[in-house]
Design a protein around this ligand. Sequence first.
Ligand SMILES: NC(=O)c1ccc[n+]([C@@H]2O[C@H](COP(=O)([O-])OP(=O)(O)OC[C@H]3O[C@@H](n4cnc5c(N)ncnc54)[C@H](OP(=O)(O)O)[C@@H]3O)[C@@H](O)[C@H]2O)c1
Length: 268
Amino acid sequence: MKTLVIGAGNMGLTYAEGMAQSAMLNRRNLMVFDKSADVIARLRDLDHFDVYESLEECLPQADMVFVAVKPYHCDDLFEEMKPMVNKEQIFVSLMAGVTINRIQEGLGVRKVVRSMPNLPAQVGKGVTSYTASREVSRVELLMVRNLLDTTGESIHVENENFIDASTGISGSGPAYVFYFMNSMLEAARKMGFSKNDSKVLVSQTFEGAVELFNQNDLSPDTWMDRVASKGGTTRAALDSMDDNNVKELIKDAAYAAFDRAVELGEEK
Ligand SMILES: NC(=O)c1ccc[n+]([C@@H]2O[C@H](COP(=O)([O-])OP(=O)(O)OC[C@H]3O[C@@H](n4cnc5c(N)ncnc54)[C@H](OP(=O)(O)O)[C@@H]3O)[C@@H](O)[C@H]2O)c1
């Protein structure tokens, strides 16, 4: 299965690297195309996959095409791709908001998988939600899933609404975690810890809490109760967050990303 990745930025390159390092594809079957001369030169030096500077040379021979450009570049890209695509090819979009219908119309094709990855894919800890047009067969979808899984885990969702919704949870979610980390780092610095000690305190706290959470089926509420005793320090912190409505504000933020994903799909 010859696979082409279009757009070798954060996401496209992450997927290309993930696929290159897996047993799924051998080197001859992985092609990368980017329009930037700098990116092409850097990737050629890296020599992990075949790098192309013209779509004519790579797109017609691809069985599967990952599209990883920014959503606002997609219409121009589709116009350029359209004369070179065929109906047997499978197109896997990583673009936020761009609907399956828009991809089908833009390219004149039927087999489309829409996915929503996230940045921890760079360290093999990503989570990708995906859904497909009905023309993609079960076997083809399994092949796509295997490729998506080279960067972490994936979940299949029944319809595109869940792709936009997962943008608000997992796609944009790493930034919410960094936001929370940033506040804790600032508090630690203000309390007088060195930069390095603050980093250790905060990152170990996140890592440890996630590890505990993953070890069994206890809910976050139960874990909070285990840490916080009545009249104690943690309860004081949690009460402060509740008084300031932090929980609702975080939910609002996730919905803002969800709504923006829907808007992006409508923008031309
Ligand atoms: N980053 C994330 O955390 C994240 C999470 C979930 C989903 N996504 C989705 O992933 C997609 C890519 O995001 P990204 O952060 O990887 O973007 P990025 O770093 O900007 O990478 C996109 C790459 O594609 C190149 N490009 C633009 N137009 C092209 C064209 N017509 N043909 C070939 N290459 C082209 C860009 O070159 P120039 O820089 O020269 O334009 C750039 O090298 C987006 O649609 C985004 O919605 C990203």
